[in-house]
Design a binder for this molecule. Structure first.
Ligand code: TRP
Length: 332
């Protein structure tokens, strides 16, 4: 039998999951479990590069795992784990630090952005974050790394590290490819249709666990445009707010843009916006209920993350032993 190709990705549990995470990433992950050997983890170690409230971090990490499962990531078919439970991440992260150049790390856009935003805490971890991310990836020898556009630079850096390391020691790491979802799945902020949906602008962000009435309020207040006729028409350049709502509606109902235009012909935004809200509410309802149920079942959740850590650790350890041997560490 052919070996399945390997996919791996992580999300930082630094904020609650939202519709953009679901439609742009998690939902697609769930559909891949048959075809690929998939690893998904809560990147808790990455979150402490900016200050976190410990109780919130712990709560959000478990909530995120419950939400992944509720979104359809079956723990029997995917390896789901918490990064800090698999010590090989930190161990390989150190080694890769020594194969990542100061100049490379200095060029990372995320480092520049985050150090501008957190001027009082420009710590070493924030700077070397990409080496840890490279370790996250390379431990599992994945073929593909599904990430958003903003993480592509980190995957490119990982590829440079692979080339450098393999150039010295031979074929130790498999060369990973970034896997960027098609733009159709890109969800923009409801109040800022020119930038992607983000928890940092909560008025325009629909969280997976949010109450239906709050979701509906956000959709009713979504920014559209001042076209007096209010036509529901797909024109991303001229009407980005409407295009975003159509994208969302298409993603949750499976309807085409033509069908949506026909459905709302002559009705204007006053009918369209709450209809999108309603469709999103109905899509998220079973997820929210299932996540709440899973979260209440502590024993089940613990069973999932323990089994995930064990499987991940087994695979990660094979790579780490090989690396330690190559660089000249004495086997224990
Ligand atoms: N840096 C990613 C983000 O902020 C999260 C992440 C950490 C990740 N390690 C990873 C993503 C490895 C993919 C692969 O979104």
């Amino acid at each position: 039998m052919d070996e399945k190709k390997v996919m791996l990705s992580g999300i930082q549990p630094s904020g609650d999951l939202h519709l953009g995470n679901y439609l742009g990433a998690i939902r697609n992950w769930a559909a891949r479990a048959e075809e690929y050997d998939c690893y998904y983890f809560m990147a808790d170690m990455h979150t402490i590069t900016v200050r976190q409230n410990p109780a919130d971090l712990r709560r959000r990490t478990l909530e995120q795992l419950a939400q992944y499962i509720a979104c359809g990531l079956d723990p029997e078919k995917n390896t789901l784990f918490i990064q800090s439970h698999v010590p090989q991440h930190a161990e390989l992260g150190w080694v890769l630090n020594c194969y990542t150049m100061f100049g490379e790390l200095s060029r990372m856009t995320q480092f520049k952005d985050k150090s501008a935003k957190h001027k009082d805490n420009i710590n070493g971890g924030l700077f070397t974050y990409p080496s840890l991310m490279a370790a996250d990836i390379l431990l599992y020898q994945p073929d593909f790394v599904p990430v958003g556009e903003d993480q592509k630079q980190h995957v490119e850096l990982t590829r440079n590290i692979v080339q450098r390391f393999n150039g010295i020691y031979g074929e130790v790491f498999k060369m990973p490819e970034p896997f960027i979802p098609k733009t159709g799945a890109r969800v923009m902020g409801l109040t800022t249709p020119d930038s992607k949906m983000s928890k940092s602008i909560p008025e325009g962000c629909v969280f997976l666990m949010e109450k239906p009435e709050d979701i509906q309020r956000k959709f009713k207040r979504a920014v559209t445009d001042s076209d007096t006729e209010n036509p529901v028409r797909y024109d991303p350049a001229g009407k980005p707010g409407v295009a975003n709502l159509m994208n969302i509606y298409a993603a949750v109902t499976g309807r085409s843009f033509d069908e949506i235009e026909a459905e709302f012909a002559g009705q204007g935004y006053g009918k369209f916006k709450p209809a999108v809200g309603e469709a999103v509410i109905e899509t998220l309802r079973p997820i929210r209920e299932e996540a709440a149920r899973i979260l209440a079942d502590k024993a089940y959740l613990e069973g999932v993350y323990k089994a995930g850590a064990e499987k991940a650790s087994y695979v990660a350890n094979r790579t780490l032993r090989k690396v330690y041997k190559k660089v000249g560490f004495v086997a224990r």
